[in-house]
Design a protein around this ligand. Structure first.
Ligand code: ADP
Ligand code: MG
Length: 218
C-alpha cells in the first residue's frame, strides 16, 4: 500500500531528521511563554516550562538523534520526553513517540500505521479521546487526515497542507469544549472559551514537522 506520500517519506534525504528535530525544538522554544499562558488560564501554568525542559533535552542529543534510524530516533526522543517534560504531558508525548518508534521498527510499516499506533497509545495512556479538550483534539484529526490523504492518493504537498489545516482546526476546536480530562477538568464550565495548552503544543509540533517536510518536497 505504498501511496505517493509513503514513498516520499521513505525516500526523504538523510538530513531530514535533523531538520525535523530543529523545527520542533525551535517551535517549542519560541512559543514556550504562550504555552505557559494557556496553561495558566486553565491549568497550573507549567506546560511551557515542561515542554521547554523536554525539548532542551532533545536539543542536547540532537546530533546523536539525527543519525539514528527513524524507529530508534522516535524511541529515544520519546524516552527523553518522558524523563524531562514531567506533568501529564510528558508521559503522553513519550507514549506517542515510543509507540510510533515501535511501529516504525516493523518491516514495511507505513506512516499511516505509525501515526495510528502512536495516537492509540496516547488514548490508552490518557484514558481519553477526541472531544475532551486535550492534545488528542489535534492528534486524532491529524492521524485521520493522513489516512484519508493516503486513501485518496493525494500529492505529498497537498497531504502535508491538509495535515497542517487539520492540526489548526483541531486546536481551534478545543476553545468551545469543556475539559473532561487533566487539570483543566477541575474548572468544569470555566474551561470553556480557552484553547487547550497541550493541543497547542501538539499543533506546534505537527505544524513544524509539516513545514520541515514541505521544505524538501519537490
Ligand atoms: P499538567 O497538567 O500535569 O500540569 P502539562 O501542563 O504539561 O501537565 O500538560 C497539560 C496538557 O496535557 C493538557 O493541556 C492536555 O492537552 C494534556 N492532557 C492532560 N491530561 C490528559 C489526558 N488524560 N489525555 C490526553 N491529554 C491530556
Ligand atoms: Mg500544567
Amino acid at each position: 500500500m505504498i501511496a505517493t506520500q509513503e514513498a516520499f517519506v521513505a525516500q526523504a534525504p538523510d538530513p531530514l531528521l535533523a531538520r525535523l528535530l530543529d523545527a520542533a525544538i525551535e517551535a517549542i522554544g519560541t512559543n514556550a511563554d504562550l504555552l505557559g499562558d494557556l496553561d495558566r488560564a486553565i491549568g497550573d501554568g507549567d506546560h511551557g516550562l515542561n515542554m521547554l525542559r523536554g525539548f532542551a533535552a532533545v536539543a542536547g542529543q540532537r546530533d546523536d538523534l539525527a543519525v539514528l534510524p527513524l524507529a530508534a530516533a522516535l524511541d529515544a526522543m520519546g524516552k527523553l520526553l518522558v524523563m524531562n517534560v514531567g506533568g501529564a504531558s510528558g508521559p503522553l508525548y513519550g507514549s506517542l513517540l515510543i509507540a510510533m518508534g515501535k511501529a516504525a521498527a516493523r518491516d514495511g510499516a507505513s506512516v499511516a500505521t505509525i501515526l495510528e499506533e502512536g495516537v492509540a497509545a496516547v488514548k490508552r495512556r490518557g484514558k481519553s479521546d477526541r472531544g475532551e479538550k486535550t492534545m488528542l483534539d489535534v492528534l486524532v484529526p491529524v492521524q485521520l487526515a493522513w489516512a484519508q490523504s493516503c486513501r485518496e492518493g493525494l500529492a505529498p504537498r497537498d497531504a502535508l497542507e491538509r495535515l497542517r489545516r487539520a492540526a489548526k482546526e483541531g486546536l481551534d476546536s478545543t476553545r468551545p469544549l469543556m475539559a473532561t480530562k487533566g487539570r483543566a477538568s477541575f474548572l468544569r464550565e470555566r474551561s470553556i472559551g480557552h484553547l487547550d495548552p497541550g493541543a497547542f503544543s501538539s499543533f506546534l509540533l505537527v505544524d513544524a514537522t509539516c513545514r520541515a517536510f514541505l521544505e524538501v518536497e519537490p
